[in-house]
Design a protein around this ligand. Structure first.
Ligand SMILES: Cc1ncc(COP(=O)(O)O)c(C=O)c1O
Length: 364
């Protein structure tokens, strides 16, 4: 079978074992496995979200195709993000929008630049559309060396991805840095703000200043509906129209659209949960720092990056040890600059107690 060459070189994008798989392996109930590997929102109550989905179901007719231009939903999104309806494109998760961006902009052999270590889907998507992916390394402190970056970007670069707060390092790039990049490049800049609800500021409104900017937002993190798949791209109208042409005509289900709308109408509950996550993040950072044998990095997201520094112990050892106790975390050691690093989702304190005690044992 002659599949695309790019596909042969790719490893399937797959996290660690799923919660269900690990539960089966250990003979546990699924809810006894701690899913701290995928940066989901573990603070929003499951029953509350299910109730909102039920409310959304009352608003739809599942026999009818969804409206990809749904003005009611786009208007609510526009209001929430402080932009205009025509600047909003909905996707089945941000992942689908990243794919849509590749479809819109990448011609064979054109370059896409990623600031590594970062979210790997950008590079995978570019390769699948025949693009070439160039990795630009962040500094040791995960900041961007802008003069060096600008020096390296040439005319063959079509897209530059900036993730802020960055997954998996957790730092948010400063506004001045992002603007310096935007002012000095010709290519499209995709600013992925998947985790921005947990950070200090959003730069989404910069789409009104820079024509070459696309901002990505998701409902998988702050809004807590990773399982329903809902993401948003914000950009000027010209780019938004192109994106709409490239995406599948019925890309976002009725259920996802109206759940998103219902959640926007209940933003105050979610805002409270986000506050809790930020508070718990600070507490967990302190607790992890006290364990010894790991270095804890500051975070503006809903996850924390840690480096195993204890002699003779690797991140993989620690990850496996935690897994035996029913705790999933993500090993990011294979990414550049992240030797022996694990990424851990911020979780409520009844879960973090189990995490910290298992970590202490693994590092003792
Ligand atoms: C930086 C970043 N962007 C995008 C995504 C994908 O989000 P979605 O669930 O909206 O596809 C993720 C998922 O973890 C992410 O970490």
């Amino acid at each position: 079978m002659k599949a695309k060459e790019a596909l042969r070189k790719l490893e399937p994008y797959r996290g660690e074992l799923s919660r269900r798989e690990l539960a089966q392996k250990l003979g546990l109930r699924e809810e006894d496995v701690l899913p701290l590997h995928a940066n989901e929102n573990l603070f929003v109550e499951r029953d509350w979200v299910k109730e909102k989905i039920r409310e959304a179901l009352e608003r739809i007719d599942p026999r009818i195709y969804p409206d990809p231009q749904n003005i009611e939903v786009r208007r609510a999104l526009a209001r929430h993000y402080g932009v205009k309806e025509e600047e909003v494109v909905m996707g089945s998760g941000t992942d689908e929008l990243i794919d849509g961006i590749s479809k819109c902009f990448i011609e064979p052999n054109e370059q896409v630049v990623t600031l590594d270590p970062t979210f790997q889907v950008y590079g995978i998507s570019a390769l699948l559309y025949g693009g070439r992916c160039k990795s630009f390394l962040l500094r040791e402190d995960f900041s961007i060396d802008v003069p060096r970056l600008l020096n390296e970007l040439d005319r063959t670069v079509k897209l530059l991805y900036v993730c802020s707060p960055n997954n998996p390092t957790g730092n948010q790039h400063e506004k001045e840095i992002i603007e310096e990049i935007l002012k000095n490049v010709d290519c499209i800049v995709v600013l992925d703000e998947a985790y921005v609800e947990f950070a200090d500021y959003s730069l989404s409104k910069l789409i009104h200043t820079y024509d070459n900017l696309i901002v990505l937002r998701t409902f998988s993190k702050g809004f807590g509906i990773a399982g329903l798949r809902f993401g948003v791209a914000l950009s000027n109208q010209e780019i938004a129209d192109l994106m709409r042409r490239a995406l599948q005509p019925y890309n976002v289900s009725n259920v996802a659209q109206y759940t998103a709308l219902t959640l926007l109408e209940n933003w105050s509950y979610l805002a409270e949960k986000i506050k809790e996550i930020k508070k718990q993040r600070e507490k967990l950072q302190e607790e992890l720092s006290e364990i010894g044998g790991i270095r804890v990095y500051p975070s503006k997201a809903n996850f924390i990056l840690v480096r195993v520094v204890k002699k003779g112990v690797s991140a993989e050892d620690v990850q496996k040890n935690l897994m035996k106790k029913g705790i999933l975390v993500r090993d990011r050691s294979k990414l550049p600059l992240l030797e022996n690093c694990l990424r851990i989702t911020v979780c409520p304190s009844h879960m973090s107690e189990r995490l910290t005690s298992a970590l202490k044992e693994a590092l003792s």
